[in-house]
Write a protein that binds this ligand. Structure first.
Ligand SMILES: Nc1ncnc2c1ncn2[C@@H]1O[C@H](COP(=O)(O)OP(=O)(O)OP(=O)(O)O)[C@@H](O)[C@H]1O
Length: 241
């Protein structure tokens, strides 16, 4: 379980971009973050990933006080949280499978990156997750030949293979055609349920958030103005965003 208690973020010598954000996220929950441009959605995700420093607030993950114990807290977040970018960073000249196996710099021991050594169990684990996202037939294809949606699905497989318990996804479906976008969100939701993951995703299209999310967090100028179970938003709720 993740508990965020009154998170505030002020840019040094700049504006306050997040104010007193409080919410909880539970295992198996798919949370969509919505809000207009500049409302603080990406900043919220970056703070949760500890890519941005918190100005104030409390951050508890499975009971561990992350900010109070920065060394173990940071290690836990780097190990158990995966951050999916809008455009996934993959090694384009390597196969989809290699990308999944190698992992990102945070996920893989240096010796493995250097030697490229892979155990049979790891290989099968990677193939299993690639199958789960429906890309088994493309496992040996170079990443450069994958579509935007396929790259995103490989990034999701990579996160799972390397033990992510929480996936933070910053606009994982923006720029994708509607079919690919729905497929990615359906994959994320299914994995969330099957594996008890927490997924927190910034989703621009509110209709997709309404359809896929268990919970919707709405931001407006850095403030949390909505924290509701996933359902169609009322006109009044939309106006608050
Ligand atoms: N390094 C920074 N310096 C100054 N202001 C910043 C910085 N990073 C973010 N901001 C400001 O913080 C606010 C929130 O930015 P953020 O990127 O989180 O918005 P967003 O909701 O993700 O927007 P979009 O939907 O357009 O991606 C914006 O007003 C932005 O200009």
């Amino acid at each position: 379980m993740i508990k965020v208690d009154q998170l505030s973020k002020k840019i040094p010598a700049g504006p306050k971009v997040l104010s007193d954000i409080t919410f909880e996220a539970h295992r198996g929950e798919f949370i969509a973050v919505v809000g207009s441009s500049g409302s603080g959605k990406s900043m919220l995700l970056k703070c949760l990933a500890l890519r941005e420093k918190w100005t104030s607030g409390g951050y508890f993950v499975e009971g561990e006080d992350v900010l109070k114990n920065p060394l173990t807290g940071t290690r836990k977040i780097k190990r158990e949280f995966a951050y999916l970018e809008e455009k996934p960073v993959l090694s384009l000249n390597k196969s989809a499978l290699k990308n999944v196996l190698i992992g990102t710099q945070y996920q893989t021991p240096l010796w493995r990156i250097v030697t490229g050594m892979v155990r049979n169990d790891d290989y099968m684990g990677a193939m299993d997750t690639i199958e789960k996202v429906g890309l088994l037939e493309k496992a040996h294809q170079k990443a450069e030949k994958l579509s935007g949606g396929e790259k995103q699905r490989i990034a999701i497989s990579r996160a799972l293979v390397h033990g992510a318990k929480v996936i933070l996804a910053d606009e994982p479906v923006s720029g994708l055609d509607p079919h690919a976008a729905e497929q990615i969100l359906a994959d994320l939701k299914a994995l969330c349920k099957q594996q008890g993951l927490i997924v927190i995703a910034v989703i621009h299209q509110s209709d997709l958030a309404e359809r896929f999310a268990d919970r919707i967090l709405g931001l407006n100028r850095g403030k949390l103005v909505l924290n509701i179970r996933g359902r169609r938003l009322t006109q009044g709720e939309k106006l608050q965003l």
